[in-house]
Design a protein around this ligand. Sequence first.
Ligand SMILES: [Zn+2]
Length: 435
Amino acid sequence: MTIYAGTIVDTPGDPFDGDPADALAETGAVCVREGVICARGTLDALRAEYPGEPVTRLPDGMLVPGFVDSHVHFPQIRAIGGLGMPLLDWLEQCALPEESKLASQAYAREVADEFLGGLLASGTTSALVFGSHFAAAMEELFCAAERTGLNITSGLVLSDRILRPDLLHTPRTALADSTDLIGRWHGRGQLRYAVTPRFSLSASNAMLDVCAQLLEGGVWFTSHVNENVAEVATVAGLFPGARHYLDTYLQHGLVTKRSVFAHNVHPTDAELAVLAEHGASVAHCPTSNCALGSGLFPLRRHVEHGVGIALGSDVGAGAGLFLPKEALQAYFIQQMLGAGGMSLTPVHLLYLATRAGALALGLDDRVGDFSVGKHFDAVWLRPAAGSTLAVNLKHARDTTDALARIFSLATPADVAGVWTRGVDRQGPSLSEAAR
Ligand SMILES: [Zn+2]
C-alpha cells in the first residue's frame, strides 16, 4: 500500500453538463492498494486511517489521471511533420509509404518500441491505437504493449481497394488474420482488440461485412469519418446507395456503443443523430485537423446532439503524442469559430484529455479519474525549476487557473512520473526524485 500526496486533480464530473467548475475535484492524497485507489482525502486523514503506510510525496506541479489518446497510428511514429498537404495527398506521399515498411517484422518491432515509449513519455496511459496493415506487425505491437502495462486497444488495419497494393487484404485473409489476433490478444491483461477498417473509401462492402462478423466477438471498432471534403465526396461516389458517409458503416452494423470514429469534421445533422442514437463516440484530433487543413471541428453541434467526444493525437498527421497540446489546440479551434464555437474552460481540457477518453473507450470503470475503486493510472506534471511553467504555477490563483497554465505551457519534458495500476512505469529514478 502507498499513500501519494501532492496536488491531485481530476474531473469525475462532466463539464459539458451544467457548471464546468462542478466537474472538477481536488484532493491532497490518495491511498493505493494493489494498483487500485482505496481512499482519497487529506494526507492527515489518510495517515490516520492507514498508519505506518509509506508516503510518496509529489512536491510541486500537479498529479492528474493518465492521459487517454482515442486516436493514434502506431506505424506513423516516424512520419510526423509532413506539413503542407491535404489528407489524401499526405496519405499517399507521407503516411502510407512509411506504413509499408512495417512489412518487415524487425522494423515493426523497433517502431512499436518507439511508439509505446513515446506514449509513456507523454503521460498517455490508455490509447485506442490504429494498427498496421500487417498481422506480424500487430503481433509486435501487442507483445511490446503487454510489457509496458499500458491500456492498449488496437487491431489489424483492413483495406481491400484504392490504397497501394502491398497494404491490401482480401476479405478472406482479413477475416482469418483478425480472428487469429483476437483469439490471442483480446482481453489479455490490459489489451483489447479493435476491428479497424482504414476508412470506407478503402473498404468494399464485402470487407465491411467481414468487420461486422468480427464485431460479434465483443471487440471494439474504430475507423475514420468525415475528415476532409475531398474524402467525403469520394466516399459518396463509391457508395451511391448510402445516405451519408456514416451510413457506409451503419449499413453494416458498425455504429455501436463500442465504436469510435476519428475526426467527423464535416458531419450532417443526420449523422450526429445516428452517432448519438447508437452511443458511438468521436475522436477529435485538433492538431491533425489544422496541419492537414481538414477544417474546424464543430464541437458545439456534437455536444448539442449528445455525441461523446474524446481527444486523439492522430500521430503522424498530428503534431506529437502529448495530449495537453491537443487540448490546447481544441481550445484554439473553438475560439476561432467565434459564435459557432464553444469556449472551453481548463476543466473541459482536463476532462477531454482524461475522463472523456476513458468513456469513449469504455474504460471508465477503471481509469480516467481518481475515484475510489479506479486503477491508479496517473501522470505527475512537475515543471523544471525556473521554467516559465514553474513561474506561472507559482502565480496561479487557484486550481483552475493552474490548469490553464499547465495546458498553455506544459510539454513532455514536464512529465516527471507515470503510473499504471500503481506501478511506476518510468523506473527507479522517479521514486528517488519523489522521496
Ligand atoms: Zn487517423
